[in-house]
Design a protein around this ligand. Structure first.
Ligand SMILES: C[S@@+](CC[C@H](N)C(=O)[O-])C[C@H]1O[C@@H](n2cnc3c(N)ncnc32)[C@H](O)[C@@H]1O
Length: 214
């Protein structure tokens, strides 16, 4: 791998993250950041490039680098993915003007988040990005533990709110399973914590629904 050129094999972050983050991240201007789900480091590198120009940042990245449920059928070599994460973040850190304290946590998010709590990091982070497992029970757990780790006025961003795994028709009549999607967990979290949260209106202020049957 060329040591000065990023190596990304997908454009997930370009599709969902970059647009809203271009306006959101400068407003939050976080210093202590926690990312759940880093993959090849596309979102990680964005944060380093955007923030470590003017100040030092601390960036914790939680990932098993084993892939989520949705990667299992896609035949992805996760060891190569992990190598690309280190390659890409090294390039971003070399380009950064200020020091980046990058702390990878190679384990399941429930374990890593619990450890951060027991190490006294409650109320520590300015910005937490949840983009790990897309299974509703995992997303709910990530949200609850992240809330503990977030400081007052800090922001949690959930990726893939409307992501749906397409399952074969023979498995499910409608092709999707709400428990294998983040939305039901994010809705439960934001409803139950409604007195402790303000929803920030970034592009989701309209919702379109299409009737598909009577
Ligand atoms: C969608 S990718 C992250 C994409 C990344 N944020 C980006 O911008 O390119 C999801 C990642 O979450 C990790 N993951 C899935 N379930 C996890 C879990 N329970 N704990 C920790 N990491 C998990 C996978 O290994 C995968 O690398």
């Amino acid at each position: 791998m060329n040591s000065t050129i990023y190596n990304f094999t997908n454009n997930w972050f370009e599709i969902t993250g970059r647009g809203p983050w271009d306006s959101l991240i400068p407003q939050i201007n976080p210093t202590r950041i926690l990312e759940i789900g880093s993959y090849e480091g596309a979102s990680t590198c964005y944060l380093i490039e955007k923030l470590a120009t003017s100040k030092e940042i601390e960036l914790h990245c939680i990932d098993t680098w084993e892939g989520g449920e949705e990667h299992k059928s896609a035949d992805v070599n996760m060891s190569d993915v992990e190598t690309r994460f280190h390659h890409n973040t090294k390039i971003a850190m070399n380009k950064a003007k200020k020091n980046v304290q990058l702390v990878p946590h190679k384990e399941f998010s429930d374990v890593a988040l619990s450890k951060l709590i027991t190490k006294g990091k409650e109320g520590y982070f300015d910005f937490i990005y949840i983009d790990g497992s897309h299974q509703a029970p995992d997303v709910l757990f990530d949200a609850l533990l992240s809330f503990k780790l977030l400081k007052k006025n800090g922001v949690i961003a959930f990726d893939d709110y409307l992501w749906q795994e397409q399952l074969p028709q023979e498995k499910l009549p409608y092709g999707t399973d709400p428990i294998r999607c983040p939305k039901i967990a994010i809705d439960a979290f934001t409803n139950i914590y409604c007195r402790k949260l303000r929803i920030i209106s970034i592009p989701l202020h309209q919702l379109y629904v299409q009737k598909i049957s009577d």
